[in-house]
Design a binder for this molecule. Sequence first.
Ligand code: ADP
Length: 671
Amino acid sequence: MVESKNEFSYQELLQKVKEQELLIEKLNDEKQDLTNFEYFVKDSLDLICIADSNRYFKMVNDAFSEVLGYTKEELLSKSFLEFIHPDDLEATLTVFQSLTESSRITDFENRYIKKNGDFVILQWKANLNTANDLVYSIARDITDIRKTQEKLLSSEKSLNEAQKIAKIGSWDFILMTQELNWSNELYEIFEFEKIPNDPQLYNKYLSCFYPKDVEKLKRNIDNTIANKMPYEMEHKIILPNQTIKWVFCTGVSIVDNNDNVVALKGVVQDITQKKQIENTIKAKEKAEASNKAKSDFLANMSHEIRTPLNGIIGFTDLLLKTKFDKDQLEYLTTVNESANTLMEIINNILDFSKIESGKLELISEEIDIYELSNQIINLFKYEANHKKIDLVLYIDPAVPQFIKGDSFRLKQILVNLLSNAMKFTFSGHIKLNIIQTEEDDVISKIKFSVVDTGIGIETQNQQKIFQSFIQADNTTTRKYGGTGLGLAISSQLLALKKSKLKLTSSYGAGSEFFFIIAFEKISQKQSNPSETTNFEENKSPESSNSLDNYKILIAEDNKINMLLAKTLVKKIVTNCTIIEAVNGYDAVAISKIEHPDLILMDIQMPVQNGYDATMAIRKSKTIMHIPVIALTAGVLNGEKEKCISHGMSDYITKPIVHNDLEKVLHKWLKK
Ligand code: ADP
């Protein structure tokens, strides 16, 4: 019997079946593995794909199409390069081509464009299988992480910038790890080099403190940790390069859910600049206060001196009108002149201090140049006649009659120049020339010059006489008197008008002092009723006999001034009744009972000053019509305007001069 080769023994068959069963089992296991793998791939949150060497997807998982918004078919139909952000193409190709069996891709990032046009940032891991030349890749969508990181970075940058602008540095300190973090600006403030995790940072920080502040800081920190109390400190620091800065520091505690302090946080602000400004302001305020004290002192002192001087001038004026023998007349004239000189000096010193402290402001009012220059010349006519000197006023016909300026100060300068000329000239002439040098529709530039044929000034002295308290030579005071302030004041007044006092002089032959001022023109005379009616100065008084039997109230707190005013009024108004009031309040009350015909009102009085009293009079129906004549110190800027604005009818300056008072009384009593 021939046994077939295919015939197996039972044993062999059993063996074969077992092998078959094992193979099936293995195949089933592998099938199960494959199914498991498919489940993982399908449900993976990461993006999984297989690509071939032609850069086509062979497989993409659900996450891939979900994240990109394309169907699997759309993804599989194109080269994956078509989905990559153009800016990342080159880098992607480079890493893709660098894939070998041994070198895999890890953590490569690129951007894929989604179907809706947005992009996602993917982070890749990939392997090349050389057996089938396929690339197996897995990617994670890290768009949100990157965007958050970007935002964090930009907000950190903004914070750093804000800290830099505000010069505020911040810090935090973790108690558990003893970790101290400083912001960039804090390093800038302390001018420390930034060393990461510097264990010496806190000690370096403390080394910039003054010892007393170190103690205070430690106490504050202990208190903040123990009692959760925030702290604030303002102190100086000295940097290693010896620079001193001012800082303002705050610290607060940070607690965990169980209310335990786990960290401290705080800010440090560089307030050096603020401190410097504060110090400058303080110094300025101090200087201003002392300057004000000086000005107040001068103003008070000059007031105190001026009051008795007014008495001396006024009463000697009166006495001089009575009969004396020659010697007595000479003595009395000397007293009167000395008092007048003293008054002038006091006024000069007061002016000078006001200009120096920047308190003197010029006013702008209508000036009649013809009237003003004639008034000034009139002041010197008597002396010129006496000294047999020709006194000449020349006004260029081109000079506009009316201009805008400060008449009081212009007069002051010209009077000063003319009185110097008069003082230093003994023969020949003195001229006041007024010439227009330039004009346009609005401005007229006028040159004022005072020319004399006096002693002249030596060349070497021509500069220095413009300085305060300086005279041409040491003999001047002895020979001619004066304080050496006149030219300095005139120069400073002119500087306020952007003008300059100039001089040409020839020693022994004479001098010319001149200046040019640009005035605003007044095209046609603007008639100002209050001024024209109230302050006409040049009218000659009518005969004093015509004033008879009036009731006049004099408000004056100073006894000497009161006596002087009473004496003068009695001389001018025959049979007059004089009522006295020692302050503004009494003046108003007495006026309501007595109804005087006119009130002479001092300005500076206790209880109620002259301005307030006049306002009260103007408000009271029964006495509002009574003329009120202000008795002013006559040195303050804008006093005339102030009198008018407070309802006064007219004003005369102290010391009261007989003629001035006579004019005013005539004007207001006969209305
Ligand atoms: P004061 O006249 O009060 O001394 P000023 O400042 O007005 O002060 O003048 C300063 C000095 O300038 C005078 O002392 C005098 O020496 C000199 N000076 C001023 N004007 C003239 C002048 N017209 N002729 C000669 N010298 C003059």
